[in-house]
Design a binder for this molecule. Sequence first.
Ligand SMILES: [Zn+2]
Ligand SMILES: [Zn+2]
Length: 164
Amino acid sequence: MLGYKASMTGTERWKHHVQLLLQYPTKTRELCLAYSWMNNGMFLDALKTGIPNQFEFCKVSMEHAPEMLLDTLQQRSTESSIQIKPSVLPVRKSEKPACYRCGEALTDSIRTYIDYSVVKCKCGKRWMHQACADKEMTTAAKCDICVKYKKLTNFYHATLLETL
Ligand SMILES: [Zn+2]
Ligand SMILES: [Zn+2]
């Protein structure tokens, strides 16, 4: 375009612009507009890569975009368009709620009705199988951390959600 090349450095582009102004003194406005295009990073990038949808993008991103020129460049392009693929996020595996004492699953979901126990002390609640809770109360009735007696509550046909 007007002798400009995408590979020109900033200084070369400026010198070329001054040259054009001397050559066509009546076309200052048009030449300044062309010079502004040649200083637009996105336009230069599109010229260098020749990627069709990058020319398309220039139409909306550039101020006073040279739409006809961009259309021509886009049509002439032999490059393939950039495809933006959304990244595929790994699906998190859901973990089953587990018994605090034995580590085995208590249930499949916090919404399932089951029999279970909650062993409580100042440190918080621990969910367990009822058999595990019985063992806990006979072998470790006092909490090692808060040194208080643990409190056992059994739940029958209840969901874990009710005690969360
Ligand atoms: Zn257990
Ligand atoms: Zn405790």
